[in-house]
Design a protein around this ligand. Structure first.
Ligand code: HEM
Length: 516
């Protein structure tokens, strides 16, 4: 954490680069620019592409759609992990597929296809060593190195050696094909057609990940996907709390430091057809990263019986009888929200579904000691909002927080477990994060906020939901006495994962061209 703060201070002191909203060369080359500052300023609503003062125009038609939405209208979905065995055939496959990849422009679609590559996958397509080395360090290194596993909490049952895919004992993964459809039958038809194409081009599917029904609730029973950052220049936001600069999620735009997030720039000679935009910062290089981003994928297995058993065990009356209200309150305190989604800041004692959509709350002014929402609750750790030391409750705290936001686009897998039942089914969350800087965003949140036992004044406990210890603790602050739950097992283990690059649409065409 200290190291990151030093880096942040250095970045703040760095000179401000050229403005990104100057007329861009790529706009001149005919890429439709949907955000026009010339459009009238009326009260904006979600999806209305009005550009607030000072925000750059986002080239929505060159960004893959998952950055902007989770395809909730397309409930059927598979994630296919592919391996490319011949660079030339791989590029020919990509030439066929690239035009079908859905851009960010909202459309009434029945099928949507999204495509991302691991670093090994970009190598398998024939990218030169020089170009491959232009990507971010953590993307190049991948998710499974020994140091990284310790840092991310991927130890013991979660160690990559035990993963179903993406680990050292499973076949290399090169590409992630995300296919969404409005019905299972349309999904199967699309997959069968896509499969013929990848097999014809000598790719193999090393693993297919199914997703569950879109219930809106994760398997522990809580509404999920409520709190997301709003991309400035694309989504409108009710306040500055969730509005985050585009460069935090899309490469090639200013980020929360007013700098351009590191991205792969390539020598112009490698792009003879001029497919890629020029570097917006004015170097003679072409920008392979622009309108692309990084996608973190983790298959998180949820042990629902263990979660429910721990809640029962820690919520009994003094005479040993069960106490349903104490159980539900403890679960809500661990998450920081009630099953309906209502925040404990808004509804500290009982679930109040009418408050489920409320997401403008802060912590420091109303609940500095965590008496309503425990300091260690999952949502308070994953996004501390204004509660960050050393200056909680200030704009400084909010500004630092904005540099660690994540867009979550995951889906459940496996069947829900009815209350009172136990079974052996595999279930959990296909956790997907979109971020421009894996190290400063996903890895920081995972390590410094979720896993680190010393988060924000605590000293002996990691996140109660995703915690990386098989002997975790959870403290519910109280006046006059706090409550401690000890001996909590891991409720969530990692079953697979990888870091991917989600290219922009033009970058996909560049990758499909001849080797470079
Ligand atoms: C199986 C594992 C997980 C479960 C069951 C889970 C569950 C939840 C639930 C119920 C919420 C509240 C609803 C919402 O705001 O969307 C939430 C919020 C959130 N979670 Fe998780 N989560 C899991 C893993 C993770 C991981 C690994 C991360 C980050 C590395 C993470 C980051 C977040 C963030 C950033 C929020 C929003 C907090 C806010 O803005 O207030 N979650 N999660």
């Amino acid at each position: 954490m200290a190291e990151t703060l030093v880096k942040e201070a250095a970045a703040r002191a760095a000179p401000r680069p050229a403005e990104a909203d100057a007329p861009s060369p790529q706009a001149k080359r005919g890429v439709p620019v949907l955000h026009s500052p010339a459009r009238p300023k009326v009260a904006p609503f979600w999806h209305e592409h009005l550009v607030p003062e000072g925000e750059p125009r986002i080239e929505v038609s060159d960004v893959q759609g998952i950055v902007f939405r989770g395809y909730g209208s397309l409930p059927a979905c598979r994630y296919v992990l592919l391996q490319i065995r011949d660079p030339q055939a791989g590029r020919a496959w990509l030439r066929q597929l690239a035009p079908r990849v859905s851009p960010g422009v909202p459309a009434a679609e029945q099928v949507a296809i999204q495509l991302a590559f691991t670093h090994a996958g970009l190598g398998a397509l024939g990218l030169s060593e020089d170009t491959l080395s232009a990507f971010s360090r953590e993307f190049i290194a991948g998710m499974t190195g020994e140091h990284r596993s310790r840092f991310l909490g991927d130890t013991d049952e979660s160690a990559p050696a035990a993963w179903d895919w993406g680990g050292p004992k499973t076949p290399p993964v090169h590409a992630l094909l995300m296919v969404y459809a409005d019905s299972e039958s349309r999904l199967l038809d699309t997959l069968s057609e896509l499969r013929q194409s990848w097999l014809r081009h000598d790719l193999i599917d090393v693993h297919t990940l199914h997703t569950g029904e879109l219930t809106g609730r994760e398997h522990f029973g809580f509404v999920d996907g409520i709190s997301q950052p709003a991309i400035a220049g694309y989504h409108s936001a009710a306040s500055g709390l969730h509005s985050v600069k585009a460069g935090e999620f899309i490469l090639g735009y200013p980020n929360e430091y007013d700098l351009y997030t590191d991205r792969p720039l390539v020598d112009s000679s490698l792009d003879r057809s001029g497919l890629l935009p020029l570097d917006v910062e004015g170097s003679p290089r072409r920008d392979l990263g622009r309108n692309g981003t990084y996608l973190v994928f983790r298959q998180l297995r949820q042990n629902v019986p263990a979660f429910r058993a721990a809640l029962e065990a820690h919520s009994k009356n003094p005479d040993g009888s069960p106490n349903a209200h104490a159980r539900d309150l403890l679960a809500a305190q661990m998450v920081g929200r009630w099953p309906s989604g209502a925040s404990l800041i808004e509804a500290p004692y009982h679930d109040e579904a009418s408050k489920a959509a409320e997401n403008e709350f802060r912590y420091q002014g109303v609940d500095p000691d965590g008496l309503k929402c425990p300091i260690g609750a999952h949502v308070r750790r994953a996004n501390p909002r204004d509660a960050l030391a050393p200056h909680p409750g200030t704009e400084w705290s909010l500004a630092v927080n904005r540099r660690h936001r994540l867009i979550r686009r995951g889906r459940n897998y496996g069947p829900p477990l009815p209350e009172g039942a136990t079974d052996q089914n595999d279930r959990g969350l296909m956790f997907i994060v979109i971020n421009g800087n894996i190290s400063r965003q996903f890895e920081f949140v995972q390590h410094s906020w979720l896993v680190d036992p010393r988060f924000n004044g605590l000293y002996d406990q990691s996140d109660p939901i995703t915690g990386a210890s098989s002997n975790n603790q959870f403290t519910v602050p109280g006046n006059p006495v706090r409550r401690r739950c000890t001996g909590l097992p891991r409720f969530v283990t990692v079953a697979g994962g990888a870091y991917f690059f989600l290219p922009g649409i033009r970058a996909l065409r560049f990758l499909a061209e001849s080797s470079r």
